[in-house]
Ligand binder design. Sequence first.
Ligand SMILES: *[C@@H]1O[C@H](CO)[C@@H](O)[C@H](O)[C@H]1NC(C)=O
Ligand SMILES: *[C@@H]1O[C@H](CO)[C@@H](O)[C@H](O)[C@H]1NC(C)=O
Ligand SMILES: *[C@@H]1O[C@H](CO)[C@@H](O)[C@H](O)[C@H]1NC(C)=O
Ligand SMILES: *[C@@H]1O[C@H](CO)[C@@H](O)[C@H](O)[C@H]1NC(C)=O
Ligand SMILES: *[C@@H]1O[C@H](CO)[C@@H](O)[C@H](O)[C@H]1NC(C)=O
Ligand SMILES: *[C@@H]1O[C@H](CO)[C@@H](O)[C@H](O)[C@H]1NC(C)=O
Length: 273
Amino acid sequence: MIKTYIRASWAALVIVLALRSCLAAGSHAAKLEGKAEDGASGLARRSLAAPLAPQDDTLYDCQLLGVTGLLFNITVPTTGFSLRNVTFRNCAAGALALSAPDSSPASASLTSLTFLANSNNATTSYGGALTLSGPLSATLVDCTFAANSAAIGSAVYSTAGAATGEGGLTLQRCTFAGNRGQGAVAVLGGVLLAVRDSVFANNSGGSAVYLSRTRDQGAATVLYNVTFDGNVADGTGLSADPASQLGNSGGALYAVGALAALNVTSCSFTRNR
Ligand SMILES: *[C@@H]1O[C@H](CO)[C@@H](O)[C@H](O)[C@H]1NC(C)=O
Ligand SMILES: *[C@@H]1O[C@H](CO)[C@@H](O)[C@H](O)[C@H]1NC(C)=O
Ligand SMILES: *[C@@H]1O[C@H](CO)[C@@H](O)[C@H](O)[C@H]1NC(C)=O
Ligand SMILES: *[C@@H]1O[C@H](CO)[C@@H](O)[C@H](O)[C@H]1NC(C)=O
Ligand SMILES: *[C@@H]1O[C@H](CO)[C@@H](O)[C@H](O)[C@H]1NC(C)=O
Ligand SMILES: *[C@@H]1O[C@H](CO)[C@@H](O)[C@H](O)[C@H]1NC(C)=O
């Protein structure tokens, strides 16, 4: 009974960070903490006892937490959002979604995050681990995404910057390995500013990087010093359209539609098919 309450409330939670201190100070956070002590493991207890947004230096395992929905769905306030040294594991409907509300551009600084074995496996599902949207500038540094899966965007699904061209995604020193779906990184309609000093290896089920109708901010999307190795587009076509080439074209990179210009410099492409 008690557990059901905690699980349901986590699964349904939409977190507005602007309200965070208010919520954390209120009885709701205290209630979560108290109830979580009933038989939960140390890990689950630590996580459930946290305020209603992810905390630095923490491991979140959705299986241990009993969370079946998206773990964190955060509306980023104009003051921004940052997170460091966090692992998200075993979430079955995505781990983290960050969005900036229309007409409220915001930024997110994500450092040393690891996403392992998260998924969003329905055939129409987008974003196995991390989803970004709205006028959001998201910068991921030193990240690892391994063994995540989704139909589109097995690791990262971003439409950030799609509506207004404000914001966009930057990846630096990131590794994407063994993710499965169309696009370990999928940017649809949004802005991909740059991918630097990163590795895409052994991803399958589609293209390692999937770009569709991307926008720009007056400069080309930069792929610099990125290694693409052993990525395989062995998916089966993920759209209802039988002519769809999604999932079976462009093992390393698949870019379609009227795109932002691409500047691919000092990258290596090996064993992709
Ligand atoms: C990162 O977080 C883990 C807990 O998940 C902690 O044990 C470790 O010390 C942290 N690392 C750093 C550099 O703070
Ligand atoms: C996350 O929150 C946004 C904004 O409130 C909402 O539109 C979206 O449906 C939510 N996603 C999920 C999976 O609940
Ligand atoms: C989603 O699919 C992947 C790849 O087929 C699999 O490894 C993973 O266990 C599935 N996740 C769930 C929750 O079924
Ligand atoms: C290129 O990226 C790799 C990581 O994939 C890094 O180890 C290396 O130092 C980078 N090279 C340069 C010239 O920055
Ligand atoms: C990719 O797979 C190859 C061959 O199995 C392996 O040698 C390599 O370490 C893998 N790369 C990553 C980053 O996991
Ligand atoms: C492409 O990117 C490289 C590395 O960031 C930069 O040195 C170069 O000037 C860019 N080229 C163009 C045509 O924008």
